[in-house]
Design a protein. Structure first.
Length: 366
């Protein structure tokens, strides 16, 4: 996203995601949405490109250039590169007026450790932030999805990002119970790569696996979402037929030569079984730990899906069938966390209680 204006001096919210980083500027909304990728010169460590340009280099670089994703499983895996990436995005949003240091709210997984929290705060501070506050991803997702988080009623949100799936029950402005599992979009891509390698001895890259997931991936046998089942316009729905196919290219591991392969939607649904089952189990376990009164509220209101993983066809249907609870995909699920983080910036005083929550012990890792 090209940035033509400077928002110097404005507070901002940052969704520092495994796959994408989104920046929300107070009074302006989401002004930046770019991949969390940095291309680095391996010889001298200099940054060559960040964001969209860097993502284009994944799997295509010469030996002296390395495309790095500094975020893994929702947390910082490479501190120095993450700090450089944050500095680049903040500078891109704010322009060259260095004297303006914004107050920044950064969202983090609910299962983050104390060490990981300090790494996020330090990286944002060194990138130019005056103050750094943290908000847990499921809380930000719920706020961004428009759920009544401050009311004394139970809301359940499932935020499926690139590195983590965050499941939480929220009431009275706080997280009652939560589970953070490191199985999400990246795990789905890895499962597709593994399946194709095992079944066809064909090696494919991360970008190809992501394209397969987005094109013919599904979580239920038909791949239809609840909106499809409701009888929407076939041209506007994302339903799949079991026989839908996609042609891909990769490297044959036997001959070492390029090879073309045709995949079906059924095959990819089978390949995604393990990560989808892990997400279903995380939701089930969180429901098991939910107080009975709030469980009744969730039965009435339903479960809200946010994040890029919410766009996997049929996932809402699968969860609804498994749990016997209504499941709704939020409007603009990709932006929910960033919008929620931004609302914490816009209404800092009234939402101050949801910021800087301490790590909770009740988070699982699958």
């Amino acid at each position: 996203m090209a940035q033509s204006k400077s928002f110097s001096g404005r507070d901002m919210g940052i969704d520092l995601g495994t796959a994408n980083t989104l920046v929300y500027v107070r009074g302006k909304g989401v002004v930046l949405n770019e991949p969390s990728v940095v291309a680095v010169n391996a010889e001298d460590g200099s940054v060559l490109s960040v964001g969209f340009e860097a993502k284009e280099t994944i799997g295509r670089t010469p030996s002296n250039i390395v495309a790095i994703r500094p975020m893994r499983d929702g947390v910082i895996a490479d501190f120095e590169v993450a700090e450089r990436m944050l500095r680049h995005f903040i500078k891109k949003v704010m322009g060259n007026r260095r004297f303006s240091r914004p107050r920044v709210v950064v969202c983090v997984p609910s299962g983050i450790t104390g060490v990981e929290r300090r790494a996020v705060i330090e990286a944002a501070s060194q990138a130019g932030a005056r103050q750094v506050h943290l908000v847990e991803e499921p809380m930000a997702a719920a706020i961004g999805a428009g759920l009544p988080v401050s009311e004394p009623t139970g809301c359940m949100v499932v935020d499926i990002g690139g590195g983590t799936t965050e499941v939480a029950v929220i009431s009275l402005g706080g997280i009652v119970t939560a589970r953070s599992v490191r199985t999400a979009g990246d795990a789905m891509d890895a499962a597709i790569m593994s399946y194709i390698k095992k079944e066809y001895a064909l090696a494919i890259g991360e970008r190809t696996a992501e394209e397969i997931k987005m094109s013919i991936g599904s979580a239920s046998p038909t791949g239809y979402s609840s909106s499809d089942a409701a009888g929407g316009d076939p041209e506007e729905t994302q339903g799949l037929r079991p026989g839908d196919r996609l042609t891909i290219r990769g490297r044959d591991q036997v001959s070492g030569l390029p090879k073309t392969l045709e995949l079906t939607a059924d095959e990819i649904r089978h390949a995604l079984t393990e990560p989808v089952d892990a997400i279903v189990m995380a939701v089930r376990q969180t429901l098991d730990e939910t107080p009975p009164e709030l469980s009744g509220d969730i039965m009435d209101r339903g479960i809200v899906l946010t994040g890029g993983g919410a766009l996997l066809r049929g996932l809402d249907v699968r969860l609804s069938q498994e749990l016997d609870i209504p499941v709704i995909v939020a409007d603009e699920p990709l932006d929910c966390v960033a919008v929620g983080t931004g609302r914490c910036v816009e209404n800092f005083a009234s939402l101050r209680t949801v910021l800087d929550a301490q790590p909770r012990m009740l988070s699982g890792r699958l």
